[in-house]
Design a protein around this ligand. Sequence first.
Ligand SMILES: Nc1nc2c(ncn2[C@@H]2O[C@H](COP(=O)(O)OP(=O)(O)OP(=O)(O)O)[C@@H](O)[C@H]2O)c(=O)[nH]1
Ligand SMILES: [Mg+2]
Length: 358
Amino acid sequence: MPRDKVCLVIIKTGARDLPDLREVLEEMTELTDSAQGIVVASLTASVPHPSPSHFIRGGKIEELREEIARTGANVLIFSVDLTPVQARNLETECGARIVDRTGLILDIFARRAVSSDGKLQVELAQMQYLLPRLVGQGVIMSRLGGGIGTRGPGEQKLEVDRRKIRKRIEYIQEQLEKLRTHRTLMRQGRRQKGLRQVAIVGYTNAGKSTLLNTLTGADAYVENRLFATLDPKTRIYEDGAGTSILFTDTVGFIRNLPHGLVKAFHATLEEVLDADLILIVVDAASEHAAQHKRVVDEVLKELGAEAKRRLLALNKTDLLGDVEKVRIQDIFPEAVLISAMQKQGLKELIEAVRKSLK
Ligand SMILES: Nc1nc2c(ncn2[C@@H]2O[C@H](COP(=O)(O)OP(=O)(O)OP(=O)(O)O)[C@@H](O)[C@H]2O)c(=O)[nH]1
Ligand SMILES: [Mg+2]
């Protein structure tokens, strides 16, 4: 299938805590890339007061139409979330598929889901997202053509009516409840064996799976794309001197992780809540390292894990010069500097983990 040609629409709202436009553009480009779309154009719009009908105003819509005509873009991806009404109206006005930020992230998750649990969780989030959007036939049918925002484990089911979708949602919720019970039992079993559990969390693409692999010899999937991991993986670390620690790799975080996704992935994210220690991995080579660390703290808070013991590991330090290393250690004095890929700083990390677990 040909890849979608995407025009990004980067919105500056009145909200104060937002990162700058350049950073949002970068993030949206990476997300689009992870969804196999090609960014052919991007446009920014300052919208302090979004219109309830179209979000953006007439002049901008005109500009968008010109961009579409000039570049041949078939999809508009917005950096914010739109109401179903706004999305539908824009679709009609612009003659291109409209995808909002949550829709884009859901699409990436749908591509990444491998296990049946992962697929169920994504499907739940997708259905809940689509349900209020199932108004006119037109909307739903146009979403079935393929391309960003149209695909996923729930794809064939999208044409069934709302009632069937609600039934399906109930069914998935029951299944996930079973999954949750199962995971809880597994954790209790491990605990009875006296094993301590460390949850590896962090911004997407920070190197969490690489770290799990390096520490435990696991074969977790690693990729330079966002949200490579959806399913948690727990593996044992043994140092040969009698220390055994369990490490769990989890789904990555992102700014404003869609709420429905956090809820759908609750069974999975409970691994984090139940751990004895939270090991936060930050990509120290990213110029947004501090921002990413803040986002991780926020998501942990949203999960109700803010009181948990934690440890910070700054990863990818193989990409830093000596000066940069000193600078980042200054910002995060308590952090351990590591390179999961080059196997640097791991002894110090395990030592710090052991200390924190005491
Ligand atoms: N240079 C360098 N690259 C690294 C290091 N650790 C991981 N990477 C690279 O960073 C990319 C992401 O690594 P992953 O381990 O998949 O990251 P993740 O945090 O599991 O990502 P998600 O599962 O998508 O949230 C891959 O291309 C890795 O090869 C490191 O220490 N140094
Ligand atoms: Mg991963």
